[in-house]
Design a protein around this ligand. Structure first.
Ligand SMILES: Nc1ncnc2c1ncn2[C@@H]1O[C@H](COP(=O)(O)OP(=O)(O)OP(=O)(O)O)[C@@H](O)[C@H]1O
Ligand SMILES: [Mg+2]
Length: 345
């Protein structure tokens, strides 16, 4: 660690959530990547993260909720920098100043030049003195204790809210990759459409997400044990109304988007270079990202691809944890820079 550095921070700046990991502590914070500003004056910040989401529509002021990361890329550097700095400082709790840390921030593979610049400016605007940008797949692999330096192909499938990334990692680099603009949000949208069509009820995005997490499954086991009563608005009368929804209903709603996702993962496997494809029989698929927590998804991917599927207890933490490990390991930083797999912001 550099003499100026007092510690390491790893940040996974996702489209929906920012996850912060600290050296010696692991993941300490996970909050929405969101900023609540005054509608009249955009530069007046009212709240960040979960406070921003909670206060939205609940203050007597005209406000605007901004989500500065879109499809994994920084769409607004200043607001993304506020999230990065605000969440890191909240995680650090005044133990040490943010700028004294070695920072590592993750990003999807294959960002355009413009998107990389936007991420670099975000990191600079946040005030970081030493910062490294690494592909999320590499960070997640390190977070999952995969030996990325070996000449062995490892397949990392990351399912986030807005993007799904399929990457093969070998010898400190991403050797094949596909990023798709779909993720767990597509599951919520499918639930909204299904409940509207089959139950005549209009529900919001939060209700759909809760249904997905609570009774959602993509490997229906045929029992209807899980049932929830929903409140929403009747499609025809517009009046408040209630309906019951079963886990079988949600499985039906999720059938198409899950099938599309699983098929595209299987399809991406066809494009893996032949010499690495053989390795995957031994190493299997490593699932990461909070979207992979959908009940039954690992089993479904295993069935479709005929490969072993590994998923940890907290796949939502892998990338931030790995980024933090990278930031605290000078040798790994040098190796990643030499391999062209990381850049200094
Ligand atoms: N237990 C769960 N079951 C199913 N889905 C879940 C569960 N927990 C979280 N999710 C979903 O995971 C998604 C968020 O994933 P994640 O935090 O990895 O996204 P992100 O990193 O912010 O986005 P991206 O990687 O697309 O930029 C949300 O859509 C959320 O509903
Ligand atoms: Mg993500």
């Amino acid at each position: 660690m550099n003499v100026f550095s007092m510690g390491a921070i790893g940040v996974d700046l996702g489209s929906e959530n920012t996850v912060v990991a600290l050296e010696d502590e692991g993941v300490v914070l996970r909050e929405p990547t969101a900023v609540l500003t005054s509608a009249e004056n955009e530069s007046e910040i009212i709240a960040l993260g979960k406070d921003a989401k909670r206060m939205m529509g609940r203050t007597d002021r005209e406000t605007m909720l901004l989500e500065p990361v879109s499809y994994g890329a920084v769409a607004h550097s200043e607001f993304a920098a506020m999230c990065l700095l605000g969440m890191s400082e909240k995680a650090l709790q005044r133990r040490r100043p943010f700028e004294k840390n070695r920072l590592c921030v993750t990003h999807p593979h294959g960002l355009t030049h413009v998107e990389k610049n936007a991420l670099s400016s975000c990191v600079m605007l946040a005030g970081a003195k030493r910062a490294l940008l690494v592909p999320s797949a590499i960070a997640a692999a390190v977070g999952k204790d995969i030996h990325i330096e070996k000449a062995v192909g490892n397949l990392i499938v990351s399912i986030g809210s807005e993007i799904t990334e399929i990457s093969v990692i070998s010898m400190m680099g991403v050797v094949a990759s596909r990023t798709m603009k779909t993720g767990s949000h597509a599951f919520d949208e499918a639930i909204i459409r299904y409940v509207r069509r089959e139950k005549g009820l209009v529900i919001g995005a939060q209700t759909a997400e809760n249904l997905k997490k609570d009774i959602g499954s993509c490997m229906p086991d045929g029992n209807n044990a899980d049932t929830l009563t929903l409140r929403g608005r009747n499609v025809i009368t517009g009046k408040p109304s209630t309906e019951t929804v079963t886990s079988e209903d949600i499985a039906k709603a999720l059938d198409e988007p899950v099938r599309m996702l699983v098929e595209s993962i299987a399809d991406a496997l066809f494009n893996v270079p032949a010499e690495l494809a053989g390795d995957l029989i031994d190493t299997g698929i490593h699932l990461t990202g909070a979207g992979s927590l959908l009940h039954g998804l690992p089993e479904r991917i295993k069935k479709e691809t005929q490969l072993k599927v590994h998923i940890g207890e907290h796949p939502e933490n892998d990338a931030a944890l790995g980024a933090c490990r990278i930031a605290s390991d000078e040798r790994m930083i040098r190796a990643l820079l030499n391999a062209g797999s990381a850049i200094e912001a």
